[in-house]
Design a binder for this molecule. Structure first.
Ligand SMILES: [Zn+2]
Ligand SMILES: [Zn+2]
Length: 117
């Protein structure tokens, strides 16, 4: 009676010994889905993909922080006011930029009023 043989669905090699697979307790079979070579390659590719992510992707993927649309600085979400009109319920501009925008808007309004009079 021969030892059980496995097939890797990635490189499609059949007849692989169980030793060709990493142990993986999270899988029902107790071993990884892909053979060692493929698992290593996939991990390498994943690392590469992660290192090639753009600043924007990093900023949005990071939980608890968001990138300000005005100063483009990634800040903790508690640095943003809440908003009902955005998908993640946070304003696009950070508190600093928001208050600055309001101050500028007031300034502009005041000047407009003054010039209108
Ligand atoms: Zn494989
Ligand atoms: Zn800002």
């Amino acid at each position: 009676m021969g030892k059980p043989r496995y097939r890797c669905p990635d490189c499609e090699r059949e007849n692989l010994a169980v030793s060709q697979f990493y142990f993986d307790k999270t899988k029902p079979a107790g071993r990884s889905t892909y053979c060692r070579d493929c698992t290593r390659r996939r991990q390498r590719e994943r690392r590469q993909r992660l290192s090639q992510r753009t600043d924007y992707e990093l900023a949005t993927a990071r939980p608890g922080s968001q990138r300000c649309n005005v100063c483009h600085v990634v800040k903790n979400t508690d640095q943003f006011y809440n908003s009902r009109s955005t998908p993640n319920a946070l304003r696009y501009a950070c508190r600093d930029c928001s208050s600055q925008a309001v101050a500028e808007w007031r300034d502009r309004n005041r000047t407009n009023k003054e010039t209108n009079q």
